[in-house]
Each structure stands twice: as C-alpha cells, then as structure tokens.
Write a protein that binds this ligand. Structure first.
Ligand SMILES: Cc1cc2nc3c(=O)[nH]c(=O)nc-3n(C[C@H](O)[C@H](O)[C@H](O)COP(=O)(O)OP(=O)(O)OC[C@H]3O[C@@H](n4cnc5c(N)ncnc54)[C@H](O)[C@@H]3O)c2cc1C
Ligand SMILES: NC(=O)c1ccc[n+]([C@@H]2O[C@H](COP(=O)([O-])OP(=O)(O)OC[C@H]3O[C@@H](n4cnc5c(N)ncnc54)[C@H](O)[C@@H]3O)[C@@H](O)[C@H]2O)c1
Length: 502
C-alpha cells in the first residue's frame, strides 16, 4: 500500500514552533471529524483539523469501503447464480486480482489527496501530526517539522476513533495476527484464514475471504451476531456454512503459536485446535484515547469518552467546565458506525456554532442539536449473503427496556417480490410494536438485498409513524417491500377508524 501523498497539508497550517488560535479544533479527520469541521466552517468558525494518518480515517481506507468492495463481487456472482437464465450464463469464478484492484481503487490506493482537496475547498485548515490535549482548550501537535501548540476559543472536538482490540490470548501478539486493517488491505491472499470473533467484522470478512477462494474457519465464542435478533445469526451462520466456511461455535482460543510450516496453530479451551496460514482478530474495538492527553483534563487514557446528547464530554473534572470539549464518532462508544458518527458530527458542529453565537440550544429529544437516534433508531446493515438490516430495538432489548410489545414475524420468501428477486429466496423479517403507542420501535430484515429496505423502517421508527397510518404507505408490487403489508396484516387491520391492539 502507498500513502505517498499523505504529507500534503494546508498551506496556511501553523508551522513548527508557532502557536495559533482557532475557533474550533477537531482532532482526527476521519469521516466524523471531517463532518464536524464542515459544519463549524460553514457556520463561519475558523476551524482546524489535525490528522496523524490519512484524511478520511478508518472507513475510507481500512473499514467500510474496502470491506464492502471485497464482499460485493462475490455477492453479485452469488445473486446471479440464484436466478434461472442468469445462472446458466455465469460459468466462471471470481477474478480475484480484479476484485483486489477494485478494492484498491475504492481506497484511492490509500492516498488521501482528494480528501485534502475537499478540506481546502471547504475552508478547513489541516495540520498533519499526532495531537494531544495539553490543557483546557489547548492542543499540542507533534508534526514532522516539530511541535505546534494550538488553542481553541470555542471548542475542541475529539474524533480519534477506535482500533482493533487484541484479546488476551497466550502467544497471540507474537504470531502477528491480522486485524481488520490487514484483512481489508490484503495484496496476497493466504490459502487459509482463521477468524476469531462472531460479530460484524468476523462474518463479513469470513464471507469475503471465502468468496475469494480462501479456506476459512470462524471461531465463535458464543453466537453469531449476538446483538441482533437470534434468527439473524442463525440464517447467516447457515449461509456461511453452506458457502464452505467451517463455523466452530463455543470456540474460545486460549493459545496461539507459529509452527514450523509458518502457519498459526490455535488451541481452544475445550482442547480442539485449528491451523491456518493467518489469523484475523475480530473481537471488538478499543478507543484511541491512550495517547491523547486526556489525563490533562481529568479523563482516563484508554477509556471510551462519555458524552451527553449534544456530544459534550461528561466528567467530574473542573477542567471540563465551560462547554468546550466534545467527542464524536467511535470514541464516545454510542454507536460504532460511520453514518451514526456523521449524524453526531452534524449535531455537534451545529451546537458548537450555536453556543459560540450565543443562540438557544435546541436540545430537546429529536432537536437540531442532539443525537437522539443513537438511543432509539440506529440502523445497521451487515453485508453478508444474506444481508442483515436492522434498526431500533430487538425483541429482547425492548423487553429489557420495559416496553409492552408485540413481535410480528414474517417469512420474507412468501412475498411475490422475493420470488422475482431469486429462485429459492430465503429471508425473515421481524418488527417490534410498542403496544402503548402502536408504533414500531425495531425492525430486522434478513435476506438478499434487504439493506435497501432498511431506510423505510428507520423512517417509521424515527417518525413514530402510527401503524394505522402505515396502511396508507402502499408498497409497490412485486417488490420485497411488500413485506410491510404482510407485517401490518399480521398485526391486524384497524376497523371503524380506530386501531386494534391485538
Ligand atoms: C472492518 C470494518 C468495517 C466496517 N464497516 C462499516 C460499514 O460498512 N458501515 C459503517 O457504518 N461502519 C462500518 N465500520 C465502522 C466505521 O469504520 C467506524 O464507525 C468509523 O470509521 C468511525 O469514524 P471516526 O471518524 O469516529 O473514526 P476513524 O475513522 O477511526 O477516524 C479517526 C481519525 O483520527 C486520527 N487520529 C487518531 N488519533 C489521533 C491523534 N492523536 N492525533 C491526530 N489524529 C488522530 C486517525 O488517524 C483517524 O484518521 C466498520 C469498521 C470496521 C473495523
Ligand atoms: N457493516 C457494518 O455496519 C459494520 C461492519 C464491520 C464493523 N462494524 C462496526 O465495527 C465494530 C467492531 O466490530 P467487531 O466485529 O470487531 O466487534 P463486535 O463487538 O461486533 O464483535 C466482537 C465479537 O468478538 C467476540 N469476542 C470478543 N472477545 C473474544 C475473545 N477473547 N475470544 C473470542 N471471541 C471474542 C464477541 O463475542 C463478538 O462476537 C462494530 O461495533 C460494528 O458496529 C460495522
């Protein structure tokens, strides 16, 4: 990989030894930090972003974009193979080199010049270097040329994201395990890959590597996609197995060693062992606060940063007084997703501008300056085949939260659109009704191409659209969206203008 242009920086950025003041300083130019800076710059605030690696962050170069690029070609091929007439035409295998090339194009060959150009065009200054808080409203940056100290009149925003968590497994660090960064930037495929974890990274990367012809073993400690409705993990697990992946459940690796062949041998707690060319660790994330100077304002290095709904950092330290320190994106651990971090960024950028101008802050639930959806309506698509698309609460989470609910289940294969979509379509949908308000508080779709169904559900949940109104949202025939009608029929059609509760 190349980051040849990663030294490009704004001509107006402060020089080593110089100290300069800004209205707003954003540490971390990932998707989230960039969006905070965009909002504050648009509000006329002089904004600096500081980035130690590539402008665009994890999502552009080592996460969302390359991982989806690695998955897409295999998914398209599989989709064609499920449609009579097309399947007869598809007789070859994936062109692995072409898939990797497309992935590399998607990451701009790990070159961030186009993103830097965008910052310039948006009037945002960029400083390249490692930033640390060094006191109230003050940031010290190690740049290639030396140390720069910058201060912020109105706000400092921490948007430094997260990195892969390495579990405490004997010998694991010594075998140089892959993280998602290695898996998404791969240039030479291993013959075999063991994946530790059962979350989104694990299932997506297992699926992608299998589609590229790699022999994959998935080591799952409990269940697959445990935060989703149980049928999601079951259907994805069955499909991964069908694709030729060895899925080992109840698998807790306790030791890892490189053996004479150069491969990694993993020993499991129950005595089983797995040997593979490489091991990918996909066991969650840790916050990038270890070397961020957060101790200078009374926070603990290595901890996630807790925020309120306006993204203001919370804590007991007097250093946090004055509404000046914010944290957005992965770092605040509210929802580790690009779109949700960017949503927080819009709220944070606008509230910083409002506070700077002395305007009223609109911080009531669902107001302009709060990230209410983080609690009620986080959409997520897992790009396996079948896809999992969900928003809001699962049945278990809704019950735990004390809602009086009714669960609506429907077999997605039964709608006409599914039979058009694929021969032998498999899928399942669940909607959770809050019986007290007769609105949806959670929806989960599993099936091919369901990712594009999700936004309708997100609107229904966020808009708290009454079920009796949803009857007037007529799905086109014959599309997968017809499942909305089936869910409503499962609940029961209102009679005489009043809604029926059961
Ligand atoms: C394999 C994988 C696939 C994913 N796929 C999806 C997906 O399909 N959809 C989705 O919504 N989410 C996905 N995610 C999650 C998504 O990548 C993150 O939620 C998102 O990148 C978080 O953005 P962020 O800006 O908060 O952090 P980051 O993107 O991590 O950006 C933080 C930036 O801060 C910089 N930085 C850190 N410390 C410092 C410092 N001290 N000084 C200066 N700069 C610093 C970093 O270099 C980085 O550029 C995926 C994650 C992984 C691991
Ligand atoms: N399509 C998407 O939206 C997408 C794709 C990838 C990642 N992401 C985001 O990235 C974040 C990180 O994903 P992730 O999959 O790394 O984390 P995760 O928290 O989703 O899953 C971690 C998995 O690792 C397992 N695990 C943890 N410690 C273990 C150990 N010691 N031994 C064995 N197994 C262990 C857990 O049981 C769990 O199955 C997620 O929160 C997700 O939101 C999103």
């Amino acid at each position: 990989m190349s980051d040849a242009d990663s030294t490009q920086t704004s001509t107006s950025a402060p020089a080593a030894g110089e100290s300069r003041s800004y209205d707003v300083i954003v540490i971390g130019a990932g998707a989230v930090g960039e969006n905070v800076a965009d909002r504050t710059a648009q509000a006329g605030l002089k904004t600096l972003v500081i980035e130690s690696e590539l402008v665009g962050g994890e999502c552009s170069y080592w996460a969302c974009m390359p991982s989806k690029a690695l998955l897409r070609s295999g998914a398209v091929l599989a989709a064609a193979r499920r449609v009579g007439g097309a399947k007869e035409a598809v007789t070859g295998q994936l062109d692995v080199a072409a898939v990797l090339r497309r992935r590399t194009e998607m990451t701009h060959d790990w070159n961030d010049s186009s993103q830097v150009d965008w910052l310039d065009s948006a009037g945002i200054e960029l400083l390249r270097g490692h930033a640390r808080l060094s006191g109230i409203r003050e940031v010290t940056v190690d740049t290639a040329e030396g140390t720069v100290v910058v201060t912020a009149t109105h706000a400092v925003v921490l948007s430094t994201g997260s990195s892969a968590l390495l579990p405490d497994i004997d010998g694991l660090a010594d075998v140089n395990p892959w993280t998602s960064r290695d898996a998404t930037s791969v240039t030479h495929l291993p013959d075999s890959l063991a994946v530790i974890g059962g979350g989104v990274v694990a299932v997506e990367m297992a699926a992608a590597y299998r589609s590229l012809g790699v022999d994959v073993t998935l080591l799952v400690r409990s269940s697959l996609l445990r935060d989703q409705e149980p049928f999601a993990g079951e259907l994805v697990g069955a499909a991964l197995t069908e694709a030729g992946i060895t899925v080992l459940t109840g698998a807790s690796p306790t030791a890892a060693r490189r053996i004479e062949t150069g491969q990694v041998a993993l020993v499991l707690a129950d005595g089983r062992s797995v040997v593979a060319d490489e091991v990918l660790v996909a066991t969650g994330r840790i916050p990038r606060t270890q070397d961020l100077g957060v101790d200078t304002v009374g926070l603990t290095p290595g901890d996630w940063v807790s925020v309120d709904d306006t993204l203001l950092v919370q804590g007991d330290s007097p250093a946090l007084a004055g509404d000046w320190l914010y944290a957005t994106g992965d770092l605040n651990h509210r929802a580790l997703l690009t779109h949700q971090g960017k949503y927080q960024a819009r709220a944070a950028g606008d509230v910083i501008a409002a506070r700077a101008a002395g305007h009223t802050v609109d911080d009531a639930p669902w107001g302009t300056h709060v990230a209410t959806a983080d609690h009620a309506a986080v959409p997520q698509v897992t790009f396996t085949d079948p896809e999992v698309a969900s928003v809001g609460l699962t049945a278990a989470a809704a019950e735990k939260a004390g809602f009086r609910i009714r669960v609506l289940d429907y077999d997605l294969a039964n709608v006409a659109g599914a039979s058009i979509q694929a021969d032998g379509y498999t899928g399942q949908v669940r909607a959770i009704v809050d019986l007290d308000r007769e609105v949806l508080i959670g929806v989960t779709f599993v099936g091919a191409a369901v990712g594009e169904l999700l936004h309708a559900a997100t609107i229904a949940v966020v808009g708290e659209v009454p079920l009796n109104r949803l009857w007037h949202a007529v799905p086109s025939y014959p599309t997968l969206s017809e499942v909305w009608l089936r869910l409503l029929e499962t609940y029961g059609r209102p009679t005489g203008g009043s809604s029926q509760t059961d």
